[in-house]
Design a protein. Structure first.
Length: 58
């Protein structure tokens, strides 16, 4: 599950960055940017929830 979430996260980040460099602010462009941003936030939150606690000895 984690590898798939990492792939989705990285793909959404690349899509969001590439959409920001495109010219024009059409409705489709804005909608795709919002969707990719939501996917970034959702996959990042899920990865954070799936993290394993680490025991540190100092």
């Amino acid at each position: 599950m984690k590898p798939l979430l990492w792939i989705v996260l990285l793909a959404a980040i690349v899509a969001n960055v590439s959409l920001n460099f495109m010219d024009g602010r059409e409705g489709l462009h804005i909608a795709l940017s919002v969707v990719s941003g939501v996917v970034v936030l959702a996959s990042g939150a899920r990865l954070w929830m799936l993290r394993t606690p680490r025991d540190h000895e100092y």
